[in-house]
Design a binder for this molecule. Structure first.
Ligand SMILES: [Zn+2]
Length: 394
């Protein structure tokens, strides 16, 4: 089980890249934190893999961070302003992989918590700030010595466990529908010997959004596809859309991302606004090649879903490829998309989603989209393998 392979631990404090230093400045200027507004560093978790480690520092509220890289010995430290270490927090975590020896936290002065990453050898690192709850996500990358001829795909079934996702008018749960589609998708794609398929979850368990991306990065995946069902207060809303990570001015797209991120639309808009105003670009979005590939992947999946389903079902509505800031796509190191397969809030589409056949058609069409994408890439050997195995299933 993937979950069992995660070395998950608890405890310690905070960090921040220059990016988020900028991001946080506007809110600080609105409410200069005083001692009474001091925040706690409540938890530190990490997921350690051979060439990749994700560290998540949880906070009781928003605050300012500064970071510094020091040599001899090599270490990164993050000073979290106006913060205190929660009493029960474990302040020294041994990691012990090729990139990191440990993570330490201490009360540096009266109002500053310092978190230190003791480094071995790292290639790169990246910092992301997520809200509700406030948390800092630090990705550390080592050199990938592994050479695989197989293509790896990570399929993410949204939600799970105590999080049902969107709930239909007849109490159909998004978490159950998307898990079934993901399992079907895995079965179809696994028929190709040139592919290795992983699911972020194979049962009804809860995973944090940042853990899902961590799994994809840890597998050195070539593609990441997150599967969801849509919802709207408008009961007549229906159709299919596929997303990639980027800013958007589209109110509806922002609403979808806010719901999937489990934050309010107001926060969603503020997050976008702060990035816009300050001209800050997320590390992820700078990687144009990956974005182009994500657009291509999204288009193939969307097209195949619309084409295939329209053959057997009436009124399949094509909302096209869209973009928005989805937490689950932040930090993904490979082309990545989020598919909203239908509206579970629409009584007709809820009924369709409850049918095994419709879910099978959705899985098959997503698989076809992935196959088309891969056959369009330059890797001719994989192309032939994928096409053959998927075409033969028609
Ligand atoms: Zn969802």
């Amino acid at each position: 089980m993937i979950e069992e392979r995660l070395k998950k631990i608890i405890c310690i404090p905070v960090f921040l890249s220059a990016l988020f230093l900028f991001l946080l400045l506007p809110s600080l200027s609105q409410a200069e934190p005083g001692a009474e507004n001091s925040i706690d560093v409540t938890d530190i978790s990490f997921w350690s893999y051979p060439h990749y480690t994700r560290i998540v520092v949880s906070l009781s509220g928003k605050t300012l961070f500064v970071k510094k890289h020091l040599a001899n010995p090599d270490r990164l430290y993050f000073d979290i302003k106006n913060s205190h270490i929660k009493k029960e927090l474990k302040t020294n975590l041994a990691i012990g992989n090729d990139m990191l020896r440990s993570v330490r936290a201490s009360q540096f002065d009266e109002n500053t918590v310092r978190v230190v990453l003791d480094l071995e050898k790292i290639k790169d690192y990246n910092v992301i700030h997520l809200e509700e709850p406030d948390r800092i996500v630090i990705d550390v990358y080592g050199s990938s010595a592994e050479v695989s001829t197989k293509k790896r795909i990570v399929i993410d079934a949204g939600h799970g466990g105590h999080d049902p996702g969107a709930v239909g008018p007849n109490r159909l749960f998004e978490k159950d529908i998307v898990l079934d589609i993901a399992l079907k998708l895995k079965k179809i794609l696994s028929a190709d010997p040139g592919l290795e398929i992983y699911l972020t979850r194979e049962t009804d368990v809860f995973l944090k959004l940042e853990e899902r991306t961590a799994i994809a990065n840890s597998k050195n995946a070539d593609l990441f596809v997150s599967v969801h069902a849509n919802a709207s207060p408008r009961r007549d809303a229906r159709g299919i859309e596929t997303y990639l990570l980027n800013w958007t001015n589209d109110e509806e797209a922002m609403k979808v991302a806010a719901r999937e991120n489990q934050i309010s639309l107001k926060k969603m808009k503020r997050m976008q606004g702060e990035m816009d105003v300050l001209g800050v670009i997320l590390g992820d979005l700078k990687r144009d090649v990956k974005r182009d590939e994500s657009i291509k992947l999204a288009n193939y999946i969307q097209q195949m879903m619309i084409n295939d389903l329209s053959k057997s079902y009436q009124n399949i509505v094509d909302h096209g490829v869209k973009q928005a800031l989805f937490y689950v796509l932040f930090g993904a190191q490979m082309p990545s998309v989020l598919v909203e397969v239908s509206f579970i809030s629409n009584p007709v589409e809820e009924k369709l989603l409850s049918k095994e056949k419709y879910r099978g058609s959705l899985a098959k069409s997503i698989a076809s989209g992935i196959a088309r994408y891969m056959s369009s890439s330059s890797d001719v050997q994989t192309v032939a393998g994928v096409r053959k195995s998927l075409d033969s299933r028609d």
